[in-house]
Design a protein around this ligand. Structure first.
Ligand code: TPP
Length: 308
């Protein structure tokens, strides 16, 4: 194993340290620290822009951290490395949490984010693959990322490459675009190198997903489309790492989905499970309070916040 900026750069899957070991504790502590960094940076960048997608980014913080500081194979100094794992952020509105990670691991200078969303900046509310190193696909129009990922996985097969394609989708997003056509095609083509991660935070932009367009039973739906399914607590870093470890060897096999039950807004009490903060703006003392709250670390999730 070669490490570069703390990132696993393996050509073959290696198991994470086992639960309960000191090495595992060190890794999860690092990932928790990076998830906190993602939340803090999200609040900072939203302040520069004047508003931001807080809650759908906070629900994905542990997922982002575990992907970029543990799971994905990439080379920041060679963003187009053909054998890199692909990552498609289909729920593109969470880019505000992805940019700081890409900067932190070395794709670009962190100072570039100081002009987030300003005129001339490459960094908008949604990610642009033509402008931002490390972004594999432009997104923001929901419901398309999984189809794109199917194409990337197929391309890898045609080219004989062993990368995986990871696609993060929102649960509300699963009612949009070509999500289920992509799911069906992935099963048909036996795209074992495709990993879909559903940020199952139970809220869409304006209400609970099950009121707007119910997607349960989600695991059964994916299974019936011939996917291999895992369902985990998406804020539990041990559970996330175990899920990655449990991915079947890629090749010709079932595509794999990790349904991550999360809490929208996790980490900031006033935002947790609160649909009103999908896009929002913090001002003055509220901003200071939220920064302090995040710096204080994750508190237990309020009961009933996750509808899992
Ligand atoms: C095609 C399309 N329709 C609508 C929107 C507007 N929109 C932005 S975020 C969002 C909610 C998506 O819900 P979900 O996927 O659950 O995102 P999360 O809760 O994880 O932020 C919507 C409808 C969009 N970006 N693209």
């Amino acid at each position: 194993m070669v490490t570069q900026k703390g990132t696993l750069m393996t050509s073959e899957r290696e198991k994470y340290p086992r639960r309960g070991t000191a090495e595992r504790a060190i890794l999860t502590a690092k990932l928790a620290d990076r998830a906190q960094f993602i939340r803090l940076e999200t609040v900072r960048l939203a302040q520069i822009a004047g508003a931001g997608h807080y809650t759908g980014t906070f629900s994905a913080a542990e997922l982002f951290a575990s992907l970029y500081y543990g799971e994905l194979r990439y080379r920041p100094d060679q963003p187009d490395w053909p054998d890199r794992d692909r990552f498609v952020l289909s729920k593109g509105h969470a880019a505000i949490g992805l940019y700081p990670v890409l900067a932190d691991v070395g794709f670009f200078e962190r100072e570039l984010l100081d002009d987030y969303t300003r005129l001339g900046s490459a960094f908008g509310d949604h990610p642009d693959m033509r402008k931002i190193s490390g972004v594999d696909f432009s997104s923001g129009s929901l419901g398309h990322g999984l189809s794109i990922s199917v194409g990337m996985a197929l391309a890898g097969r045609v080219q004989g490459r062993d990368y995986r394609t990871y696609c993060m989708v929102g649960d509300g997003e699963m009612a949009e675009g070509q999500a289920w056509e992509a799911a069906m095609a992935a099963g048909q083509f036996r795209l074992g190198s495709l990993v879909c991660i559903v940020d199952r935070n139970h809220l869409s932009i304006d209400g609970p997903t099950e009121d707007i367009m119910g997607i349960e039973p989600l695991a059964d739906k994916f299974s019936s489309f011939r996917w291999s399914v895992q369902r985990i607590d998406g804020h539990d870093l041990d559970a996330i790492l175990d899920a990655y470890d449990s991915l079947e060897p890629h090749g010709v096999g079932r595509p794999q989905v990790i349904i991550a039950d999360t809490v929208k807004g996790r980490g900031v009490r006033r935002m947790e499970a609160n649909v009103g903060w999908h896009v929002g703006r913090l001002a003055g003392v509220d901003y200071e309070e939220v920064i302090a709250e995040i710096q204080g670390g994750l508190k237990p999730a309020p009961s009933g916040a996750s509808h899992a």
